[in-house]
Design a protein around this ligand. Structure first.
Ligand SMILES: NC(=O)c1ccc[n+]([C@@H]2O[C@H](COP(=O)([O-])OP(=O)(O)OC[C@H]3O[C@@H](n4cnc5c(N)ncnc54)[C@H](O)[C@@H]3O)[C@@H](O)[C@H]2O)c1
Length: 280
């Protein structure tokens, strides 16, 4: 919730719930696609389907923006694009720095989607002296010695960390001391940051682990339905006394941690809004 965020700009002071904020980019992506096809208006049902969100939730989310649509007409696409962009702070340019220009950092630097969404990559920074001056995505990599100067000169408030996990905390501390107040962390580690600094983390392997859980569960269900697989075989073995050492039923149960992860994933349910980017 927006409590404790009174230092934020006025646009956030109306108390838009964090869950709504997290869905605004989904609406914006769907609306941008409609706008590119010159679609003038959209119903809440159509937009909800395109964004992968339930329509009642969408209407509630838009009520926080003061946007109620017109009965029988729907929502004005261009106006909603503007409203959501403004709410997300995307009507201004955000310079970002990427720290750690290895495989991932270079891929991020080359990704065109940041600039088109208002995020200008202002600098690429790496600790390896051999990288300094080398062009990546048409921009020379700069050495970490100059990190503070780069942040200050470019007025950077958002930093992206793509260093090895062991370096991420120290990098975050330098970024924050230099004035960065928002961090997107790709390193697989939990960052400890002071109040007032927002951290989002991206971990694709966690997403894959959640998918692996669902795959395992589906395979278990299919085997149970077909009367085959470890559970059925163990049951059959127990009945006849001819068990062949098949895994006991517990072996096909997901471990508790994964079950919790899957439960969290299911909370998103049919809305498909389990994010790859999460609050740290
Ligand atoms: N979140 C995800 O889904 C995801 C996916 C892939 C990789 N990763 C993580 O991203 C990170 C980078 O992966 P990679 O494959 O690009 O590694 P990499 O080894 O190719 O690149 C790491 C870069 O960081 C630089 N570096 C090291 N210490 C630094 C420091 N203190 N300051 C600045 N730069 C420093 C290195 O010189 C190197 O260029 C790793 O932590 C990896 O686990 C995350």
């Amino acid at each position: 919730m927006a409590t404790g965020r009174t230092h934020r700009p006025a646009t956030r002071s109306r108390g838009i719930p964090e869950a709504t904020v997290a869905r605004l980019p989904l609406y914006l992506r769907a609306l941008t696609a409609l706008s590119e096809r010159s679609v003038p208006t959209v119903s809440s049902e159509e937009l909800a389907t395109a964004a992968g969100v339930n329509s009642a939730k969408l209407r509630k989310d838009f009520s926080y923006l003061g946007s109620y649509g017109t009965r029988g007409v729907g929502y004005d696409v261009e106006y909603l694009v503007y409203q959501i962009s403004r709410e997300l702070g995307l009507t201004q340019d955000w310079p970002v720095v990427i720290v750690g220009i290895g495989n991932l950092g270079a891929a991020l630097a080359n990704y065109g989607g940041f600039a088109s969404r208002g995020f200008r990559v202002a600098a690429l920074i790496d600790a390896d002296p051999a990288m300094a001056g080398k062009p990546v995505a048409g921009m020379p990599v700069q050495h970490t010695d100059d990190l503070e100067k780069i942040i200050e000169e470019n007025g950077v408030s958002i930093g992206v960390i793509a260093t090895p996990a062991g370096a991420a905390q120290q990098v975050s501390e330098r970024l924050i001391a230099a004035g960065v107040t928002s961090i997107l962390n790709f390193a697989p580690t939990v960052l400890s940051v002071p109040d007032g600094v927002d951290v989002r983390k991206v971990d694709l392997s966690i997403e894959l682990q959640i998918l692996a859980f669902h795959e395992q569960r589906k395979a278990g269900e299919e085997a149970a339905a077909a009367g085959t697989g470890p559970v059925a075989e163990a049951a059959a073995g127990a009945g006849t006394g001819t068990g062949t050492g098949a895994a006991p039923a517990a072996a096909v149960e997901p471990p508790a941690g994964r079950a919790a992860a899957a439960a969290a994933a299911r909370k998103g349910g049919p809305e498909g809004d389990v994010p790859a980017v999460m609050p740290a």
